[in-house]
Design a protein around this ligand. Structure first.
Ligand SMILES: O=P(O)(O)OC[C@H]1O[C@](O)(CO)[C@@H](O)[C@@H]1O
Length: 616
């Protein structure tokens, strides 16, 4: 039986790719999950802001009471609104922080503290090792302005890749590149296989921007849930023959993605289709996935870069290729992000929307994540923004240690779906329950395309209701001492979506500097991955022990204690029980007698004896 990491694909062939965008010079390293520790940068700030806003301030009753004193006087509130309203004209984006109760003294303190955060960001954009644990540069800002890339080779790589994406997408959409055996004569569907940052960006962009009738429709496999995978493949039906499968994995070694690929390849084999002619890989050069795609001669391969993190990869091939295939104007998305990048480079706190967001997060959560961030887009197409931000924010800011090695357990929890839908779900608690959050309203001024509106009652449209629900909820929360930020865009367009993504990317980076953490690594994820691999290794040992006992004559059914002893893992008896319960629920060769509700009564043997012990 192949181990989890030894194979990416089960049916290698030696055909060559017809499109090879990997023609530019290689970057730095291939796939890996662990990196040598390198020295830490010196640009980071001390932990505490001031006595009143220190890491212990959220437990300070006086400070908590002061925070409840939000301005109530309408004139003063209007003045505060005017004073703090930020507008980005080229995007048509507004940021209103007037309903966050920060004080003038706090802003003065923050201005001082932001000097270091701006400096760190400037160094990052110039190519510093901003991810010290992994020894990596952090270059997602270069993707939308390649002239910022610190080396000419990187600039060329970014530009060449973008050109390859556009021309490959054009060739697929126009039918110049065809699936080998589809009656449709052209690709009609995309099946995207990836997880985390290799899925969330493409999912958000598709939901936000794909036209009603895209040239290719997209579906996602973003888990190792067999039923979920079967569902996606079943939904494709005969259109599997005209499906472009895009396998996305920066590392090229993520088990869920590998499993998704193997399942899809099996579906292709079962349908008599040649997967390689319909497969595209987006991954780092020389990763397991890249090598698999190269050896098997997949249709195309596009690069992921060492210096782009998964959660900030939506403007690399990861997000751009699927978007272009759906007819989304990716150059406009990049332009919107570039405009926002420029706008968020200013070191004037009041004129920098990302810094304003970071400042509000710090105020609202005491710089320690003491309050959750509830994201409420009042627009169905932005539904997945909160899910996208969950990874961007929580994988970046949820850290045990700061850059100096102190234990800080930093966090900023993100959740939310959309308004006004959530008003009928959990807004009740937000208004009246425990005060452990601040809200962010995402407002879209344009209700629907011009020419489609009508009054569903005199003087009032359907969109007016949505507007009223947003404004009403904002007011009702504020009246009960609940703070909120409002981000307003005029329309949901590639440009405004690109800008929104760039705004939050920058805010996360700045906030991480304020609290002195590395926003660009994710060491905590490894523990779960390692534990999962150990469970699967234990399962193989259990099967081997059972196989040996089942080959005896007569067959020797084993109790859980006996299995645990023979596995030399008595401390794992509970896990062994769970392994057996899972396998016996899934038509495996294993037979468990007794009652699942009383584990001690269970006796297990295999339905077949394998003399070669395939599990050993
Ligand atoms: O693109 P990859 O390497 O398959 O990783 C997927 C996701 O897994 C993580 O590494 C966490 O496990 C994320 O940071 C990443 O976006």
């Amino acid at each position: 039986m192949a181990s989890l990491s030894t194979l990416y694909s089960s049916s290698p062939s030696l055909k060559q790719s017809t499109v090879k965008p990997f023609t530019s010079p290689p970057t730095t390293r291939g796939d890996s999950f662990s990196f040598p520790h390198t020295s830490k940068p010196t640009t980071h700030l001390p932990l505490t802001l001031s006595a009143s806003r220190s890491h212990t301030s959220h437990s300070d009753a006086a400070s908590a009471a002061a925070k409840k004193e939000l301005i109530k006087d309408p004139d003063a509130l209007w003045k505060r609104y005017l004073d703090w309203l930020y507008q980005q004209k080229d995007i048509g984006l507004y940021l209103d922080v007037s309903r966050v109760g920060f004080t003038d003294e706090f802003v003065v303190d923050m201005e001082e503290r932001f000097k270091g955060a701006f400096k760190a960001m400037e160094e990052l954009e110039k190519g510093s090792i901003a991810n010290p644990d992994e020894g990596r540069m952090v270059g997602h800002y270069w993707l939308r302005n390649s002239s910022l890339a610190p080396r000419p080779g990187l600039k060329t790589l970014i530009e060449n890749t973008l050109d390859s994406i556009c021309s490959f997408a054009d060739d697929i959409v126009s039918g110049k590149i065809k699936p080998p055996s589809s009656p449709a004569g052209r690709f009609t569907q995309i099946l995207s296989v990836g997880i985390g940052g290799s899925a969330l960006g493409p999912q958000f962009v598709a939901e936000a921007l794909a036209p009603d009738n895209p040239p290719l429709k997209i579906r996602f496999i973003d888990n190792t849930d067999p039923a979920g995978i079967d569902h996606q493949i079943a939904q494709l039906g005969p259109e599997l023959a005209s499906t472009l499968v895009i396998v996305i994995s920066k590392s090229g070694g993520t088990p869920e993605t590998r499993n998704g690929l193997l399942e899809v390849q099996k579906a292709f084999r079962d349908a008599g289709l040649n997967f390689a002619k319909q497969g595209v890989a987006i991954t780092q050069e020389n990763s397991l996935l890249d090598n698999t795609a190269r050896i098997e001669g997949w249709l195309a391969r596009f690069p992921m870069y060492d210096w782009v993190g998964g959660r900030t990869s939506v403007m690399s091939a990861v997000g751009l290729l699927p978007a272009a295939l759906q007819g989304i104007d990716i150059r406009e998305m990049l332009a919107g992000a570039a405009i926002m990048d420029e706008a968020t480079r200013t070191t004037s706190l009041k004129n920098n929307p990302a810094a304003l967001l970071a400042m509000c997060w710090y105020w609202a959560s005491d710089g320690v994540g003491s309050k959750d961030m509830v994201i409420l887009p009042y627009k169905d197409s932005l539904l997945l923004f909160s899910r996208y931000l969950q990874q961007l924010v929580m994988e970046s800011l949820g850290k045990e240690f700061d850059l100096d090695g102190n234990t800080v357990n930093q966090a900023l929890t993100v959740y939310g779906n959309k308004g006004s839908t959530d008003q009928h779900a959990y807004i009740q608690q937000l208004r009246e329950g425990v005060h452990n959050f601040f809200a962010t309203f995402i407002e879209v001024l344009r209700d629907r395309p011009p020419g489609h509106d009508w009054d569903l009652e005199p003087g009032v449209t359907c969109g007016d209701y949505l507007f009223g629900m947003l404004q009403g909820t904002r007011s009702a929360l504020y009246a009960n001492g609940r703070e909120s930020i409002s981000v307003t865009i005029e329309e949901v367009t590639p440009r405004s979506v690109g800008a929104l993504i760039a705004l939050y990317e920058r805010a996360v980076g700045l906030y991480a500097s304020l609290v002195n953490i590395n926003a660009y690594h994710q060491p905590g994820v490894e523990a779960g991955k390692k534990a999962a691999a150990e469970v699967l290794a234990l399962q193989k040992r259990v099967l081997s022990v059972l196989n040996e006992a089942s080959c005896k004559d007569p067959v020797e059914p084993l109790t859980l204690d006996e299995i645990a002893d023979r596995c030399h893992a008595p401390e794992e008896i509970e896990m062994i029980y769970k392994i057996i319960a899972h396998m016996s629920a899934n038509d495996r060769v294993l037979i468990a007698e007794g009652s699942c509700g009383s584990p001690r009564s269970v006796k297990v043997f295999l339905g077949e004896c394998n003399v070669d012990d395939m599990y050993a």
